[in-house]
Design a binder for this molecule. Structure first.
Ligand code: 6GU
Length: 293
């Protein structure tokens, strides 16, 4: 198998759908293998409890580190370590700050690559095994992350509930040398990480060679090329439908004009709908015609 994926969740049945449709086909072709595990299988108490009240008070529950660690040690083949010899380990705040800084450095590297015109399809580095936690308070998951992670051999996703998981869990595995990522999928709140993991999984696995029927369609789409622009609009036949025509230029057969029309529309729509993406564009790479738009 090209990529092995493990998902840990208290609702592993949620991922039964992965055996259907496009994903099921990719599994039978041997491109990916996905296993969803029940976190409660790693509990020892009669109530199979996975969470506890937040230290310092507050609403909701927080996922306990012990259960997660037994599970993740098993999946990653690691032995339990006592971190008390490590200076940073006696306070949660210190490692947490270091983590944030590391991710910010990665994010700013990615931004620099984008600004230098480094192709979004080229990963900054090829990860081997990556541990991923969905987290609404983490950096946004982008096409660049999907591309990078599509080159990994092994992905382990840990689905937490939305109130969160103990911050020592990602910090501990980072300290063990594991490539740990935390991502949000957007500025809204979900009940748990399951939907977010499905979203990331689909964005990643569709990039695997052989997954898509037509690999060309990946090259042209939004967020993928050397620039992240929204795509131009699409039309199919008939040329007039219920009195509504398609833009004349698309019927002209002049490929140069068609390309220019589509590029102008992509720039104009991105400027109107997602001005933040225009800000990230490398102006030096825009043509004179582009700048007029
Ligand atoms: Cl990754 N998790 C949850 N619970 N809510 C989210 C999210 C993740 N991303 C956006 N909202």
């Amino acid at each position: 198998v090209d990529m092995q994926i493990d998902i840990v969740s208290v609702f592993p049945e949620y991922f039964d759908v992965l055996n259907l449709s496009l994903f099921g086909k990719a599994q039978s072709k041997g491109l990916v293998s996905v296993h969803a595990h029940n976190l409660r299988d790693w509990t020892h108490d009669v109530h199979h409890s996975v969470d506890d009240t937040p230290v310092g008070g507050g609403a909701g529950m927080v996922m306990k580190p012990e259960v997660w660690a037994e599970c993740l040690d098993d999946l990653l083949g690691l032995e339990p370590q006592d971190m008390s010899a490590n200076d940073d380990a006696d306070s949660t705040a210190a490692p947490a700050e270091t983590d944030g800084a590391a991710q910010e450095t990665a994010a700013s590297d990615a931004l620099q690559d984008a600004q230098s015109g480094n192709d979004l399809r080229t990963p900054v580095h090829t990860p081997d095994s990556v541990l991923i936690f969905p987290n609404p308070s983490a950096p946004l998951f982008t096409q660049r992350d999907a591309t990078e992670l599509s080159h990994a051999k092994r992905l382990v996703f840990g689905c937490g509930r939305y109130e969160g998981y103990d911050a020592r869990i990602p910090a501990y595995y980072r300290a063990q040398g594991v490539d740990v990522r935390e991502y949000s999928i957007g500025d809204y709140v979900l009940n748990g990480g399951e939907v977010a993991v499905s979203v990331m999984l689909e964005a990643i696995t569709r990039l695997l060679p052989g997954f898509m029927g037509n690999p060309e369609s990946i090259v042209e789409e939004s967020y993928t090329g050397s620039e992240a622009l929204l795509e131009h609009r699409q039309y199919t036949r008939p040329a007039v439908w219920r009195g509504m025509g398609v833009p004349d230029v698309l019927l002209s057969g002049d490929h140069g004009k068609v390309d220019r029309f589509r590029r102008d529309e992509a720039l104009a729509r991105t400027d109107a709908i997602r001005p933040d993406l225009i800000e990230q564009l490398d102006c030096a790479r825009l043509s004179k015609a582009d700048r007029k738009t």
